[in-house]
Design a protein around this ligand. Structure first.
Ligand SMILES: Cc1cc2nc3c(=O)[nH]c(=O)nc-3n(C[C@H](O)[C@H](O)[C@H](O)COP(=O)(O)O)c2cc1C
Ligand code: SF4
Ligand code: SF4
Length: 253
């Protein structure tokens, strides 16, 4: 049976919701590849389909996911790419993810930009993707795949954004653990880059931390936190840039 591979990176689980909505109206055997905290290389069979989903960090695909995507050994498989962003903008990330999928020898026939609750400012795009978003993602993915036979496969999919040539920058937002910590290790397990370990427990390793805030959002004891001096101006700027709720966008050949 033809398989659908779902490949994703999702420190705060909104991208995970989007990719798991994408196959709801499709009838393929699904294989999930969660590349968030680790990854395993794989080669899809020649007629398998590959969906890839990434959160947007500073308008780009997080560099750590870029590196892990090298584990896909594509065979010109048909593919849809998804980005999930916190209602500010996705900038160059959707085009970048398409280029990364092509680097892995996938043929990108569709692209979707969805909105997810902002992991830095939780009241921005709060509770998105919501039920309406998830249904729309399922419909759009179904529509792209069911039009496969109408595609002019030699055409190039046009996606807004500019081609990027430099590595994505990391934000220097490294959350520390305060005295509330009960050493439950939930933040250690949630950290995609293994920046929290015995040697870097209170202050994660700044060379590895990608500023995803999974450790803050998973902590049930209000222990992991950002310095207010850093968090307040950034939160203010994000709220200002994200006032009007955005709609899902999709592109197909
Ligand atoms: C370091 C960082 C940078 C971000 N940059 C952007 C951005 O440029 N534009 C935007 O709209 N949202 C941005 N966001 C918000 C995320 O894209 C959004 O919350 C996404 O849903 C997170 O996905 P996840 O829940 O799968 O981790 C950023 C979040 C983080 C942690
Ligand atoms: S999740 Fe919170 S309480 Fe648990 S180890 Fe991390 S900082 Fe401490
Ligand atoms: S330590 Fe850094 S990379 Fe790890 S979960 Fe926290 S913010 Fe993300």
């Amino acid at each position: 049976m033809r398989k659908l591979h779902l490949v994703y990176f999702s420190p705060n689980h909104t991208t995970e919701k989007v990719i798991h909505a994408s196959n709801q109206k499709l009838q393929f055997e699904v294989v999930s590849h969660n590349f968030t905290t680790s990854f395993q290389a794989f080669t899809p069979d020649i007629d398998d389909i590959v969906f890839i989903a990434s959160p947007v960090y500073s308008g780009r695909v997080p560099d750590l996911f870029n590196q892990r995507l090298a584990g896909i050994k594509g065979q010109h498989n048909l593919s849809i790419v998804f980005v999930v962003y916190g209602n500010r903008a996705y900038d160059d990330a959707l085009l970048e993810l398409k280029t990364l999928a092509e680097r892995q020898k996938l043929k990108v026939v569709g692209a979707i930009a969805a909105i997810g609750q902002h992991s830095l400012v939780l009241n921005v795009a709060k509770n998105r993707p919501n039920q309406i978003d998830l249904e729309q993602i399922a419909d759009l993915s179904f529509d792209i795949i069911n039009n496969l036979y109408n595609f002019k496969l030699n055409n190039q999919l046009h996606i807004p954004g500019k081609k990027v040539h430099s590595k994505a920058k990391r934000l220097s937002l490294t959350p520390y653990a305060n005295d509330n910590c009960v050493h439950c290790n939930k933040c250690v397990e949630a950290c995609p880059s293994h920046a929290i370990d015995q040697d870097h427990f209170i202050h994660p390793n700044p060379k590895l931390c990608i500023g995803c805030l999974a450790c803050v959002n998973v902590c049930q004891h209000n222990s992991r936190t950002l310095s207010k001096a850093k968090a307040i101006p950034i939160s203010f700027a994000i709220e200002l840039a994200s006032l009007k709720p955005k709609n899902i966008e999709s592109f197909k050949l």
